[in-house]
Design a protein around this ligand. Structure first.
Ligand code: IMP
Length: 432
């Protein structure tokens, strides 16, 4: 049995996609268990760039089955678009390579409209959502009024469910936010057509299939979306996403037991980024931050927004290691730090004269912390063509050793560029 979870150990955009790509060719299944189209993952398919939001990148490997489980919120039109683009690139020839759980939550245009209207109505306290309707869709799930993926195929009840859904959403859109309502007739027609096109991917219970694969000793990779600091329960609430982004959520979202997870790989960047609002103690609102953004291409793959950039935040990383039970770490984008004369690392926070090694639980405290920054010497060598760990400049090795000394978790992978080959393995993670 090999259940491996890959989670983001910062604020999302850590480079999980590259690691999932590396593993996907060796995995029997790749599973999305939370979030929705707020995630983004850029792939190069037959020389053409394509961004996937919902479909796991395992889809590039025809033998790897990809599952979208009950914990995910599915933009039905968005996923159809992804499917069409993959097919146009010659992929997904066998529809059974993609399994969508009947229990997943359906995300509709009305959720997106509400997400946008709410954000627009806020002035200073915007969350800075991706605008993909994630919050409103999860709200419906928790309020027990969501349409589930399986409902799309029940013609007898679909219209009534949709009417009920729109009655409330349109009331909010029109009366509270003075926004345009969503019309039932056109939506109904679009959904009926989408359901017909999505029917080949329908799966009654992806959890059953995943469980069977694990029991048969297959390798199953659970692909986390967003990052630990955006978790609904343990992140920087309210500046978080609406799902649980942690490793434990893989069990809940997919429908398996905790004992079926063998390994939790935490992915983090050599520096830190955040999209949207919320506390970010190591943020650099200066030329250095701008330089990190440019060198690291720190622009959102879902929204195109500039990401906020700062030095590596070890209190946040320690917290993520604890929350997820991370067994191994992957450090991404070390190459981006080339050329910085000195590199900052936040080792703790100061709050009211006290030294904290992990984030404080409340936002009112979190926004007040002062990062304690240690400075380490940088390096000028280009790292992107290295093939051996031993060839890393001494100061880069010192930087890695320093991080290692601060967190009691092994860093087994070091990424020095976007390509698969630009990966230095301290220890093989996937028997590669
Ligand atoms: P939502 O998930 O669209 O509701 O957005 C809530 C917060 O999470 C916002 O600050 C977003 O910028 C952030 N967020 C959501 N998805 C991602 C992601 O995949 N990477 C980084 N930030 C994200």
């Amino acid at each position: 049995m090999a259940g491996i979870v890959v989670v983001g150990a910062q604020w999302g955009d850590e480079g999980k996609g590259k690691l999932v790509d590396v593993f996907a060719s060796k995995a029997d299944m790749v599973v999305r268990y939370q979030g929705g189209a707020n995630a983004g993952h850029t792939l190069v398919v037959n020389g053409q760039k394509t961004v996937l939001h919902l479909i796991p990148s395992g889809i590039l490997h025809p033998e790897t089955v990809c599952a979208i489980t009950s914990g995910v919120v599915i933009d039905v039109f968005g996923i159809l678009d992804e499917i069409k683009r993959l097919k146009a690139a010659g992929l997904l020839a066998n529809p059974r390579q993609l399994l969508i759980s009947d229990g997943a939550t359906v995300l509709l245009p009305s959720h997106k409209a509400l997400d946008a209207a709410r954000e627009a109505s806020l002035s200073g306290e915007k969350i800075g959502t991706t605008g993909k309707g994630i919050g409103p869709a999860y709200e419906d799930r928790a309020a027990r009024r969501a349409l589930l993926f399986g409902d799309l195929f029940d013609r007898a009840t679909l219209r009534a469910k949709l009417e009920l859904h729109l009655r409330e959403k349109n009331h909010l859109l029109q009366s509270l936010y003075q926004a345009e309502p969503v019309g039932i007739e056109s939506l109904m027609a679009q959904i009926e057509q989408a359901a017909g096109e999505l029917a080949p991917y329908r799966c009654r219970d992806t959890g059953f299939i995943i469980n069977r694969a694990l029991k048969a000793n297959k390798r199953v990779l659970f692909e986390g979306a967003q990052g630990s600091m955006l978790d609904i329960f343990h992140g920087t609430y309210p500046y978080v996403t609406s799902s649980s982004t942690l490793a434990g959520s893989a069990c809940i979202g997919a429908g398996i037991g905790p004992m079926q997870i063998n390994q939790v790989i935490g992915v983090f960047k050599a520096y830190a980024t955040r999209v949207g609002s919320g506390p970010f103690p190591t943020e650099l609102n200066n030329e250095t931050g701008e330089r990190l953004r440019t060198l690291g291409h720190e622009f959102g793959s879902t929204t195109g927004r500039s990401r906020r950039c700062g030095w590596l935040d070890l209190p946040a990383l320690r917290y993520a290691i604890r929350l997820n039970g991370i067994t191994n770490l992957a450090l991404m984008k070390l190459d981006v730090l080339t050329g910085f004369e000195k590199i900052g690392v936040c080792t703790g926070y100061r709050l009211d004269g006290e030294l904290l090694t992990e984030p404080p639980p409340t936002q009112s405290d979190f926004v007040r912390v002062e990062p304690v920054i240690e400075w380490l010497p940088g390096w000028s060598q280009d790292l992107t063509k290295l093939t051996n760990l031993k060839d890393l400049p001494r100061t880069a090795t010192n930087y890695l050793d320093f991080i290692g000394s601060q967190i009691a978790t092994p860093i087994d992978v070091i990424s020095i560029g976007p390509g698969r080959e630009q990966t230095l393995w301290v220890k093989p993670l996937f028997n590669n």
